[in-house]
Design a protein around this ligand. Structure first.
Ligand SMILES: [Zn+2]
Ligand SMILES: [Zn+2]
Length: 195
């Protein structure tokens, strides 16, 4: 799969990043296993850079994922006990279990967001001295394909005074799937490529 590339560049100095910094899969890991890590763009004062930061402000993706699966489950299992006692087909039992596991993971992300909102960290250095630049997501989602993009995100480059502008790069890159794993407090654990 190839995806369009955008740059977020300062209009005064030569500092800039691309939206590729948010590409790839991020998860938290605890003793029970992995669950999704929501991230967005942010300014990290420690890194003095635009980085991927934790995002606890929006769990709508989680709610959507749970809704999709609970709809299927309520349609196919008249009660939760039904799944335990009934002799349903093996694929149905497998899917039921997989959906319950997935709901459990998404619920953990919601619970973590609820617990840690306001203590988001930079996903590169774990610093809490960050500023949310979620507006970049908004600019990219509402872009029009007709005219070249030249959108301000209303953020002044600290210690520079320039303004950050989002531009089209007019190129696409294939994603090599990379997964980054963090502890539930946001500390980096490991990164790996996967197929
Ligand atoms: Zn600058
Ligand atoms: Zn940082």
């Amino acid at each position: 799969m190839s995806m369009p590339v955008y740059s977020i560049e300062c209009n005064k100095c030569d500092y800039g990043v691309t939206n590729m910094l948010l590409w790839g899969h991020s998860v938290y890991a605890d003793e029970q296993g992995e669950f999704p890590c929501n991230k967005t763009y942010g300014w990290c004062n420690e890194c003095q850079a635009i980085r991927a930061i934790e995002d606890f402000s929006d769990v709508s993706y989680q709610i959507e994922q749970i809704q999709m699966r609970t709809d299927w489950l309520s349609e196919h299992n008249s009660s939760i006990w039904h799944r335990i006692f009934s002799a349903m087909g093996p694929w149905k039992a497998r899917r039921t279990q997989a959906y319950l596991d997935e709901i459990d993971k998404q619920m953990k992300t919601i619970a973590l967001a609820h617990k840690r909102i306001g203590s988001e960290v930079c996903l590169a250095c774990s610093s809490k001295v960050i500023q949310d630049l979620k507006l970049i997501d908004g600019v990219l989602q509402t872009r029009s394909n007709k005219s070249p993009m030249n959108a301000s995100i209303n953020f002044i480059h600290p210690n520079c005074g320039g303004e950050f502008i989002v531009h089209d790069k007019e190129m696409r890159f294939s994603i090599r799937h990379k997964k980054k794993t963090y502890r539930p407090d946001g500390d980096f654990l490991k990164e790996e490529y996967y197929e």
